[in-house]
Structures are given as C-alpha cells and as structure tokens.
Design a protein around this ligand. Structure first.
Ligand code: 13P
Length: 331
C-alpha cells in the first residue's frame, strides 16, 4: 500500500469545486433509464450515451472523476480512444464500480447485502491496468418495519471494509458507499438515527480492518425525509441534520465526503450540498458523486441521438453542482 498515492488520489477526487460523475449504472439499471426515453439497451447505445457524457466540452472543470461500469472501462469512445484514456487526457480520474450488486441477506426478510468480494483482488489488478485509480462499492440499507437490523448493518459494514482494504492494497482509492435508502415513509429523524448507526458500524469496521482513512472517500446519503413521508423537511433542515450526523461519525482524517443523490430532484441535490458548504468550514471536503441528479436532464435531452443537447444539459448540472461544492450556488 502506497499511502502517498492513496492520499493524493483521494484529495484529487474531492478537489476544490469539483465532484464525481457516477456513470456506473449496471446493464440492468441503464435499461431502466433508457426505457424512460424509449431507447433500446444495446451495447452501441450504451457506448454512444457514455461518449456523449464524457465528450462534454468543459465538464472537466467541475468533474474530478467518473465512476465507470466494467463494460465502459474496456470500451472505446466513438473516435476510438479507450474511455479511461479519454478521461485521463482531460484530467478526469477514471474509477470503477466493483461490487456485484445487493442481494437478499440470508435469514433477514427484506434486507440486502452487497456481494462481490470473491476474486476481487485479481479483478482489481485488471482494472488498474485498464486505468482505474479508484473504485466504488455500494451497500444498501433499507428502512422499514423493524428494519434495518443490526445484522444487516454489520454484514454490509464488514463487506465494505473488506473491499476497502483490498483496494488500498492495490493503491486504488475506495469510495465507501453505505446508502440508507430514501424511498420509505419515514421521518427525517428516523433517517438520522439509521444513518448514525450505519456510519458508526462502517467506521468501526474500517478501523478494525486497517483501512487508511486518509486514502478513501466516503459516499453517504444525505439525512432526509423518506419520499413517502407526509412531512418533508426543508432544505436547511436537511443540510443541518446531515452535518450533525457526519460530524459525530466521520473522522477528520477522511479527506472528503461525496454525496449520492439517491432520488432527490436535481435542484434539491444541488441546494442541499450548497447549504452545507455555506455552513462551513468543515474538517472534510463536501462534494457530489451524483448519478441521477447529474444525468437525468442530459439523458432526456440526448433522447438516443441528440448528443449536443445532452452535453449542454450535462454541463449545466455539472456547473451548478461545482458551484454548490464551493457554497456559491444561487437558486
Ligand atoms: P444517485 O446519485 O443516482 O443516487 O447514484 C449515485 C450512485 O453511484 C449510486 O451508487
């Protein structure tokens, strides 16, 4: 493990005014996105869509890194340049989603555990050769009647730490993503308490498994009302509640926190990040690692063939989120 390389890469991923584009939808997830615009989920269409995103002129000003799906890491842009090489030439760090998805957790109804540790050490070597300098693993925590269980939280935290330790052994920065879902009808207080329990378990396991905190990036959910909750907390409340949990649970040694958007509207995701940064300074950089909140408008504008409209929409969201990462966004 090269501590200096890990720390330099982690700091570059959360550099001033820049964040991460999560474009690592699995073939199944991109199918859902393409369906919403009536585009067939074929390899050439996936390649053309990612080409549109990564050839957006100027997006690198606001984008430190891109998380790729395995297929994309080994694909080439429409001009023949391998995607990781194209990104690196713009100063954007290529990363790779390495988990194999959330599967039912044995003995725990309605709860999930993320798989993908078997063979990971060998896969990481291949990914590094292809140009990946960081990785991502997403754990999913579901809020519901009597859940999450401590069993589910601990199984996921343990796997996240095993993944993170293997990445660091290969000098690849792990993005540690424990996502508490926002799909249920719970209040923001319940989200705060579940996020608190989850982050406590995650940092306990990271410490126990000797993960270098200076060489990782945390990708958490924001503390927010469940989508189906009748009382929706306002933006300032979300920002303050999120900061309160993070300050209690995330050591200052972690260089940065890059949030997921999790189904928030594009503008809410930008506004929440912006308010948190306006409330700074904080011990860690606070930025974005958005999937849907960076891509939804671009996907729609692209519509299967209009690359210029897609790029324009992508650049706009990237710029707004870049401003929010500085606390300089204006509604
Ligand atoms: P969303 O921002 O759409 O939640 O996606 C981020 C991500 O990478 C989920 O793993």
């Amino acid at each position: 493990m090269n501590e200096q390389i890990l720390n330099e890469t982690a700091r570059a991923m959360v550099a001033e005014g820049r964040g991460i584009l999560a474009a690592d939808e699995s073939t199944g997830t991109i199918e859902k996105r393409f369906k919403s615009i009536g585009v067939e989920n074929t390899e050439p269409n996936r390649r053309a869509y990612r080409d549109m995103l990564f050839t957006t002129p100027g997006f690198e000003q606001y984008t430190s890194g891109v998380i790729l799906f395995e297929e994309t890491l080994f694909q080439s842009a429409l001009d023949g340049t391998p995607f990781p090489k194209l990104l690196a030439s713009k100063g954007v760090i290529p990363g790779i989603k390495v988990d194999k998805g959330a599967k039912p957790l044995a003995g725990a109804a309605d709860e999930l555990v993320t798989e993908g540790l078997d063979g990971l050490r060998e896969r990481l070597v291949k990914y590094k050769e292809a140009g990946a300098r960081f990785a991502k693993w997403r754990a999913v925590i579901t809020i519901g009647d009597g859940i999450p269980s401590d069993y589910c939280i601990h199984a996921n935290a343990h796997a996240l730490a095993r993944y993170a330790a293997l990445c660091q052994e290969a000098d690849i920065v792990p993005i540690v993503e424990p996502e508490v879902l926002m799909d249920a009808d719970n209040t923001i207080e319940v989200c705060a308490s579940v996020t608190d329990r989850t982050l406590e378990a995650v940092f306990h396991e990271l410490h126990g498994q000797r993960v270098l905190l200076e060489g990782m990036v945390l990708k958490p959910n924001m503390v927010i009302s469940g989508k189906k909750c009748p009382q929706q907390a306002d933006r300032e409340t979300v920002a303050r509640a999120t900061l309160r949990v993070l300050k209690r649970r995330v050591p200052a040694a972690v260089p940065g926190i890059a949030f997921l958007s999790g189904g928030q509207s594009d503008e809410d995701a930008t506004a929440h990040l912006d308010i948190m940064n306006k409330l700074g300074p904080h011990p860690w950089k606070l930025t974005f690692s958005y999937g849907r909140a960076l891509q939804a408008a671009a996907l729609k504008a692209w519509g299967g063939g209009n690359a210029d409209a897609g790029r324009k929409a992508h650049l706009h969201r990237a710029k707004m989120n870049g401003l929010a990462a500085l606390g300089r966004w204006e509604p």
